[in-house]
Design a protein around this ligand. Structure first.
Ligand code: AMP
Ligand code: MG
Length: 356
């Protein structure tokens, strides 16, 4: 208790010092500004290059504002979000927020609707990842999966959950099995795209890396000509980097893993990426990382989740067909890499063996 005031004083002093030095110091073109803040449920770091430090910092502020807007629209766990407003009366046809339309369009365009469902709020909600570990009853899971399957888009920007079951209070809004939209598997990537556009639109940022830990996008090329390096952690040891995605210029990389939100029950790991067909956590994979120079953050985020559900073999086939770089750690801890095409601007390098 007695130490608290001096700790605060030191923090304030440092903040004042850097504020005083900031505008005077400026920054060399090859010395980036890095700002890290809590956002999107994690820590987001922006490293940006540009000659005018004050303008670069202003652009970074705009980038964080853009990300906050996407979060405010799509966060299904924020009762004030546009998606939560939709979810409050899911059986009424309603207009979707534009960010949700963009995500739905991307899911369709990529062709992963069987593996990536934006309608799994009621299904994922049956697993209590933050509270007491609980495995849902089979019958409840079947009901929630069926209710999720009732999601239909009406035209481009309207949608509704049509009832797939007879009357059941648990399926009504607020009930334990009520359906709802959840863009948790895509929103981070879309937010990173917004941040990148804000930096680009500033006209002052020449290159940048924006990382939300599990998803990263890059803008332009590093001024020193070296590649952007995005590390992939060992799914069983967060202190070890097992692969590095090296992007020459612009691109996106996302990881989905069974270690990000999970609990263990009777020796079985229940994690947060579920097969939309069954509602059960997808098996046979520990992590999937996918990247490409032509991928948006939104696409890479959707894809890492979808390829996790597909499993190693189908994920590899998808990456080969579409010219993406892929790194998978399977259920036994074996690594599988699909290199991106030679001239694609992406190299996937295995740097260590994952924990078996
Ligand atoms: P990510 O970490 O990007 O793979 O996203 C995982 C999150 O997406 C979960 O926490 C759920 O909110 C949601 N989710 C889980 N399974 C799926 C799925 N099959 N399709 C779409 N979203 C999912
Ligand atoms: Mg995702």
């Amino acid at each position: 208790m007695r130490q608290a005031p001096s700790v605060i004083a030191v923090t304030v002093a440092l903040a004042a010092l850097s504020a005083a030095l900031g505008p005077i110091a400026g920054c060399a073109p090859d010395e980036p500004v890095t700002v890290s803040r809590e956002a999107l449920g994690t820590v987001v770091s922006i490293t940006a290059y540009g000659e005018d430090e004050a303008a670069v910092r202003a652009a970074i502020d705009d980038a964080f504002t853009g990300m906050a807007e996407v979060e405010a629209a799509l966060d299904a766990y924020d009762p004030n979000s546009a998606v939560s407003q939709f979810n409050a009366t899911p059986y009424d046809e309603q207009t979707l927020p534009p960010d949700a339309v963009e995500a739905l369009d991307a899911i369709d365009a990529i062709g992963v609707s069987a593996e990536f469902s934006p309608a799994l709020l009621g299904v994922v909600g049956l697993y209590d990842f933050e509270g007491t570990p609980s495995v849902p009853e089979d019958a409840d899971l079947a009901l929630a999966v069926s209710a999720a399957g009732g999601f239909v888009r009406v035209g481009n920007d309207r949608a509704v959950f049509s009832r797939t079951m007879g009357p059941d209070p648990r399926l009504e809004p607020g009930g334990t099995l009520a359906p709802g939209l959840d863009f948790g598997g895509a929103a981070k990537g879309l937010a990173l795209d917004r941040a990148r556009e804000a930096l680009r639109a500033s006209g002052t940022v020449t290159a940048a890396l924006i990382s939300a830990v599990s998803s990263t996008v890059t803008l332009g090329s590093k001024p020193d000509g070296t590649a952007w390096r995005i590390g992939v952690e060992d799914p069983r040891d967060s202190t070890v980097v097992v692969a590095v995605f090296q992007l020459d210029g612009e691109g996106a990389v996302s990881t989905s893993g069974d270690y990000q939100r999970y609990f263990e029950h009777d020796g079985v790991r229940y994690h947060h990426i579920v097969d939309p067909a069954t509602g059960i956590p997808a098996r046979g994979v520990r992590s999937v990382t996918v990247g490409g120079a032509d991928l948006s953050g939104l696409e890479s985020d959707i894809l890492s989740t979808a390829l996790f559900v597909k499993g190693p073999g189908a994920a590899a086939a998808y990456a080969e067909e579409t010219g993406l770089g892929l790194y998978v750690v399977d259920g036994e801890g074996r690594a599988l890499t699909v290199p991106a095409p030679d001239d694609s601007g992406l190299i996937v390098a295995e740097v260590a063996s994952p924990t078996p």
